[in-house]
Design a protein around this ligand. Structure first.
Ligand code: CA
Length: 234
């Protein structure tokens, strides 16, 4: 499969990481442009119109979070954040500002390409090829959005309304990490107290009902300290 139609803008100031990203991405058939500062990245967004941005948070002129804030005022291009392992708070902030996903340095080639493909798939869904009338499939799980029914291997799973809503939100955001706070806002509203605990209890019940043992990443992946994401068909 050729990916040549996809253009990726890399905003990163460390030359060894730039070279690595450029090599991996071009080898996989993507077009790549690299910028080293937040300001040049914003300029290139307008002239290059990329399909995906890979963004380092530690940039020499401004924080990468500022880039996300600026771009998200008018632009839904997927943003994949590159972050150092210690920046847990920055990951949450970046996601809550509208980044789609993050990848932790140092990263492997296969992991990077999986995240890139997932983020590009998310762009297609947000442009209206998916939608609530359809069905979502992941391994042997099916979510029927019209009937609000989840089935595993064709067998219907009895979920509460809240449990279904959580699974629906995650499935509609495949390719994205949803922070705990953003899931809580979507399910219970902005003013809810004790959300995290309720979310954890509901998630444990969902996992039990869909037959997912702790640490099993087939359907739902817990990004520890950050949030949850739905799995991917490999
Ligand atoms: Ca940097």
């Amino acid at each position: 499969m050729s990916n040549n139609k996809y253009k990726i803008l890399v905003i990163e100031d460390e030359s060894n990481i730039c070279n690595l990203l450029e090599t991996i991405l071009t080898t996989n058939g993507y077009q790549v442009v690299v910028e080293g500062t937040c300001r040049d990245g914003i300029t290139m967004m307008l002239s290059y119109v990329p399909d995906l941005v890979i963004l380092d948070l530690g940039l020499p002129d401004r924080d990468g979070l500022e880039f996300i804030k600026t771009i998200r005022q008018s632009d839904t291009t997927p943003i994949l954040v590159l972050s150092a392992r210690s920046d847990e708070n920055d990951k949450v902030l970046a996601l809550d500002l509208g980044a789609n996903d993050y990848i932790t340095k140092p990263f492997g080639n296969a992991e990077l390409m999986a995240r890139v493909r997932a983020a590009l798939r998310d762009r297609r869904i947000s442009e209206g090829e998916g939608g609530l009338d359809g069905k979502f499939h992941l391994h042997d799980m099916e979510i029927d959005y019209a009937r609000r029914v989840v089935a595993i291997e064709g067998k219907e799973i009895k979920l509460t309304r809240t449990e279904y809503n959580i699974l629906e939100v995650l499935s509609l955001n495949q390719g994205k990490v949803l922070t705990y706070a953003s899931i809580i806002r979507k399910i219970w509203g902005p003013t809810d107290d004790g959300g995290i605990k309720k979310l954890q209890v509901n998630m444990a019940n969902i996992r039990k009902k869909i037959g997912s043992i702790p640490g099993d990443n087939k359907y739902i992946i817990n990004e520890l300290g950050v949030g949850y994401r739905i799995g991917e068909d490999s």
